[in-house]
Design a protein around this ligand. Structure first.
Ligand code: COS
Length: 387
């Protein structure tokens, strides 16, 4: 396949090559089995750790590669080409680490980031609750200071890497009267007293990723596990999601590309009415639309990631725009890939039905695409305030 030249540096091309090799050699051969067994892919994550990719976005002083959003996007796209479940596990560790990176003290960064960068410990992000999904500030979990300890009570739901990660960044209410300014973020570690795991979810797709409840029952953690200042938790969460959403967009790009590849190969090999089905215009036009949408999404995701890495301050609109475009694209393109493969596409022997199941979550997690459109719409309203 001929690639568009995005004028990548040697280092960026190396990230793609390393991630692509892991995807081809380790992820693709195991993805169907992991989808069936719903097992957590520890050995594949170890291979990613050995390749030093867990620290891509972590500054060198904390043991990382010192890269940024673009480096993450490039690696995630490759992993998603193989399996969005495994790619999600990798992305969720970064999501869990971002609050420490964004708002943690130097001491806290030194304590946690080197292990996360080395892939020795995985992270997870605890925001969602039974009654707080899209309405992120509606959380009920509380944290109360008692002497030198915070006491946390509540339950987090649908937490990616739940039960598998060792480091959890969790948001809780510290002063209910203050609304969004009354929430704070904490680091909770696996094994902390009063912290346990609840129900393990059975999912439509991304079955290689672990999704579980986090249960806090008088969970006691030291006072210095507060991330940043008290009352800044909601802002840290919003900034975290601004940074991580282009990563979800890149999962859409990798998945869309994989589905397109499968569809083109099948259309060239499948013969009907005496000809390969790619020679029929009805099929060609579907493939053409798929290719156009994948490349347009990739271009938007790459330019957004570069914009973020340039140090831009207000990135919410751009981050949401690329998440919407690339993940809606992934849903459409994987659905069309199943259609191009016809009966084969619907069978588990072929990878595209898993791709279609995996695509759906991209439109839902890290903020539904309806919420993303709200973010874009509200930003436009502000930008055109004087009209
Ligand atoms: N960066 C920094 N600050 C932000 C921000 C951002 N991206 N987005 C909002 N804020 C600030 C606002 O400026 C506001 O502060 P001020 O009172 O000083 O103006 C404060 O946070 C509250 O913002 P807002 O009133 O917009 O909050 P809402 O409760 O209306 O929620 C949405 C806004 C819906 C956008 C937010 O709840 C959201 O992103 N929901 C989706 C959550 C999600 O992704 N869940 C998935 C689970 S995580 S895997």
């Amino acid at each position: 396949m001929k690639d568009v030249d995005y004028f990548l540096t040697e280092e960026q091309q190396m990230i793609i090559d390393v991630a692509r090799q892991i995807t081809d050699e380790k992820i693709i051969p195991k993805r169907a089995e992991l989808d069936e067994t719903e097992e957590f892919p520890s050995d594949i994550l170890d291979a990613i750790a050995q390749a030093d990719l867990f620290g891509l976005y972590i500054p060198e002083e904390y043991g990382g590669f010192g890269g940024g959003c673009f480096d993450m996007v490039l690696a995630l796209e490759q992993f998603a080409r193989g399996c969005v479940g495994i790619a999600t596990t990798f992305a969720a560790s970064a999501l869990g680490a971002y609050p420490i990176l964004i708002s943690g003290s130097d001491e806290m960064k030194r304590k946690y980031l080197p292990d996360i960068a080395a892939g020795k410990r995985w992270a997870a992000f605890g925001l969602t609750e039974a009654n707080a999904g899209s309405d992120a500030s509606g959380i009920q979990t509380t944290a109360v200071l008692d002497g030198d300890e915070w006491v946390i009570n509540g339950t987090k739901q649908w937490i990616t890497n739940g039960g598998e990660a060792q480091i959890y960044t969790v948001i809780a209410i510290t002063d209910r009267k203050k609304g969004p300014r009354g929430a704070s973020m904490f680091v909770v570690e696996d094994g902390d007293p009063g912290f346990s795991y609840g129900k393990k979810e059975k999912k439509m797709g991304i079955r290689a990723s672990a999704t579980r409840e986090l249960v806090f029952q008088d969970c006691r953690i030291p006072k210095d596990r507060l991330i940043g200042r008290q009352g800044t938790g909601f802002f840290t969460v919003m900034r975290t999601l601004d940074l991580s959403r282009p990563g979800i967009a890149s999962l859409g790009v990798g998945l869309g590309q994989a589905a397109l590849d499968e569809a083109v190969i099948h259309a060239k090999q499948r013969v009907q009415f005496g000809k390969p089905v790619i020679s029929f215009q009805a099929v060609q036009h579907m493939l053409a639309d798929m290719a156009i949408q994948v490349e347009a999404s990739r271009a938007l995701v790459y330019s957004t990631a570069r914009f973020i890495d340039s140090g831009a301050k207000n990135i919410s609109k751009e981050s949401s725009m690329c998440k919407v475009m690339a993940t809606d694209m992934a849903m459409k393109v994987t659905t069309d890939a199943v259609q191009v493969l016809g009966g084969h596409g619907y069978m588990r022997e072929y990878p595209v039905e898993k791709m279609m199941r995996d695509a759906k979550i991209l439109q839902i997690y890290e903020g539904t695409n309806q919420i993303q459109r709200n973010v874009v719409g509200q930003a436009l309203n502000k930008e055109y305030a004087n009209v």
